[in-house]
Design a protein. Structure first.
Length: 186
């Protein structure tokens, strides 16, 4: 049966404490764990951001993605200047933001949802919460073909620049960037 327009509707909301158990389940899904090696750090960052831990306010802002009213995954965004050690040797245009995401529900993967999530989050959320940002960066492992193709379809350009993963020396991060003029569906 074809999904209805409502079932295909995407929505975004800031993550809440109640979402943390779901986040743990998503990070444990094999299709996510294969490419998201830093699950513990992600949970710790979310807990810090949501006030579950003492210490400095964490700069990474976690959001939930809903499809047809059902939570299917999460995104996080941050100012690149706040995490500059992850981008050694690069000129960071002031205000640049970066994002990561995972669609945790296996049934929602690989059917064109990811590119809509990326494009709609950039334009409906990031442009509101970070209007001064000149561009958006995203840094998939270049071996993660599904992610690279998804981001390219959403308008990100592959810079060819590989960056180290500070948490996992076996991983590489390919810098892809999108300027506001760029997004198109292919
Ligand atoms: C990466 C992710 C967000 C992409 O979202 P998605 O909804 O699966 O992506 P889309 O369906 O929009 O696009 C997938 C693209 O990869 C292709 N693809 C699908 N499955 C694939 C696979 N197993 N291997 C290679 N390519 C694949 C599709 O054909 C499509 O490319 P095309 O438009 O050029 O034909 C999602 O798969 C995900 O969350 N994966 C697990 C976590 C992860 O890898 N996160 C990214 C960390 S940077």
């Amino acid at each position: 049966m074809r999904p209805t327009a409502d079932e295909e509707l995407l929505a975004f909301r800031p993550m809440a404490r109640d979402d943390i158990p779901q986040l743990r389940r998503w990070l444990a899904e094999p299709h996510v764990a294969e490419w998201w090696s830093s699950a513990d750090e992600t949970i710790e960052g979310v807990e810090a951001r949501l006030g579950e831990r003492v210490g400095r306010a964490h700069p990474v802002q976690p959001w939930i993605v809903e499809l047809g009213g059902r939570a299917i995954g999460f995104l996080q965004w941050y100012r690149v200047e706040d995490e500059a050690e992850w981008y050694p040797g690069l000129d960071i245009p002031p205000g640049t933001v970066a994002m990561d995401l995972a669609i945790g529900e296996p049934t929602a993967v690989g059917r064109g949802v990811g590119r809509r999530v990326v494009l709609e989050f950039c334009h409906h959320v990031l442009r509101s919460v970070a209007p001064d940002s000149p561009e958006v960066w995203i840094d998939p492992d270049p071996r993660n073909e599904r992610a690279v193709r998804c981001y390219r379809a959403a308008g990100f350009v592959d810079t060819g620049i590989d960056l180290p993963d500070l948490d996992d020396p076996t991983q590489v991060r390919r810098l892809m960037r999108m300027t506001w003029a760029g997004p198109t569906f292919r």
